[in-house]
Ligand binder design. Sequence first.
Ligand code: NOJ
Ligand code: CA
Length: 696
Amino acid sequence: MNSLPSALPLRRWRALLPAVALVLCAHASAKDLARVASPDGALVVTLESQHEDRLAYRVERGGKPVIAPSRLGFLLGDGRLERNLQLTGQSSRSFDETWEQPWGERRLTRNHYNELRASFAEKASGGRKQGRRFDVVFRVYDDGLGFRYEFPKQDGGNGEVRIRQELTEFAIARPATAWWIPAFEWNREEYLYSRTPLAEIGVAQTPLTLRTDDGLHLSIHEAALVDYAGMNLAKGDGGVLRAALTPGGGARGTAVVRAMPFATPWRTIQVGARAGDLAESSLILNLNEPNRLGDVSWFTPAKYVGVWWSLHLEQETWGTGPKHGATTANTKRYIDFAAANGFRGVLVEGWNPGWDGDWFANGWGFDFTRPTADFDLEGLADYAAGKGVHLIGHHETACAVSHYERQLPAALDLYARNSVDVVKTGYVCDAGDIQRQDQAGGPVSREWHEGQWMSNHHLRVVEQAAQRHIAINAHEPIKDTGLRRTYPNWVSREGARGMEFNAWGNPPNPPEHEATLAFTRMLAGPMDYTPGIVSLKGRGGQQIPSTLAKQLALYVVLYSPIQMAADLPEHYAEHPDALQFIRDVAVDWEESHVLNGEVGEYVTFARKARGTEEWFLGSAGGEQAHDLRVELTFLDPARRYRAEIYRDGERAHWKTAPFDFVRETREVTSTDTLPLHLAAGGGQAIRFVPMDSPVR
Ligand code: NOJ
Ligand code: CA
């Protein structure tokens, strides 16, 4: 190890010198302790002991460094836990299973990894008698790795661990381009992604996406964020990214307080040659615990419409009065529209008392247990049921989270009684301003959306909802870390700039936004982006930077098991061709593949619908036009298909000709190659329907 390859010409040596010096320094007194490789042998993780018995790990792929030696450890309430660490034992095992998702972007997922467990104890030193103990567990897959710390029950102290900061590092071994959003800013996750050199990252949220100068794609994130603070990444020296845990609120001043035994979330590094490898990886889901809810066939993946876009256009209001959106008559109109088009859900926002006046500031005034006088919840539920439609509930908390929790059982009971089986929740307030009140009438303290307390809050909601067979779609959520595997009623969430920004403008989401999301936010899990704005206009007629065809492509590109047809019924009436695709597109998939893509430039997904033989293709472009070609090898070679193509016309451009749109059909087989023309800000959507005549 660490022997210098002598065959390198001098010229290349010079270029490498700074990096080599760094590695040599870090390795000056390093000693390898343990090693584990991925099932295919390409990814290798090595644990090493450094100066003063500090602990570090490094990662190589095909023999080349991906993660340079990176420290592990903690800043605890009773001092740093990072020096004098002695390996007391290690074990390894292999695991290989294929598990089934009740709904998802693929039905079957292979969970195949090699695991290393290394146990450490602090040597007695500096007056500290009792050595603290913990394990580090690595799971190495072909498409990346996860590691976590586990604290066993141990003597001494009060059995509690107070974590002020994690000292976990990710030292990216090569210069890289990064796509990231800032952490700790007021608008939570709702920022445009910055594309910068790795060196220019400030404090970023995860998932954070990187492309190294030798073309490798990486994503750093976490899996199974349970009873713990969300991890951000702060740029340190060189290529080092350091864990920056979200602080705890109130007087605690500590990010995490846990009783032993406990395990941290998994720290994850996805690794792929193509950008698409990141989007195809199931690493995050695999690192979560299996389904705890048992049979969840009561959740139906479906499309929905609702009183939503008109609120953001300011045509209607959440509050009561002459423009109130959630009235009985208006909701009936949406139910009729849903029934006529085969959409299962109708979302109604502004149905309950509390919205009048400045609702942002009125969280403690929300009542989730009764409707406003002009909204006949029971009558509408019956009316919907008669047409095979379900109301979708809405709980906007405006961050008065304890107030919401107190009403939660009654609020969910009310919905369950009225066949509402999906509830959209909301946490609108500035970052760090979640309001927590442990006892009614007691003091109110402030928490972060991504802190330990909120990680528990969301699971309290999800568990109570599951008891009533209700699914949750959280807006202004805590980030997704794959918990839908364990709680398959946590079906979707926001957690990025969604379509609402296109209603508001100032500025709208730029043309490359969705091709960036596909390789950043979407690596965390499903997003309720709410596509399908076929009018391509926001508030005051402001143009949305998208072509019509791209709005359709988003149903395939941005995965969610609930997908909104977000525009107004009268706008769909003006675009019957586009509406046809939205009616036809599936929301639950047997398998999903990324055919091509570059972060922020373009991306093409092919997905096979679950329960039918249909395939769908969605391709979303960015600022520049692209002419791509895709081989249809994913199709069943024994079948012919009618390809129903919805594409940008020759003149299409998001700015000058967004409605230049072509709908055409072609007969294709798996041996065909299709041209994909994506206009600037454009896209393409295709439905492949098997034909009766098989291929001979
Ligand atoms: C923000 C959500 O993202 C949006 O969808 C919702 O309409 C408003 N909050 C009101 O709850
Ligand atoms: Ca939002």
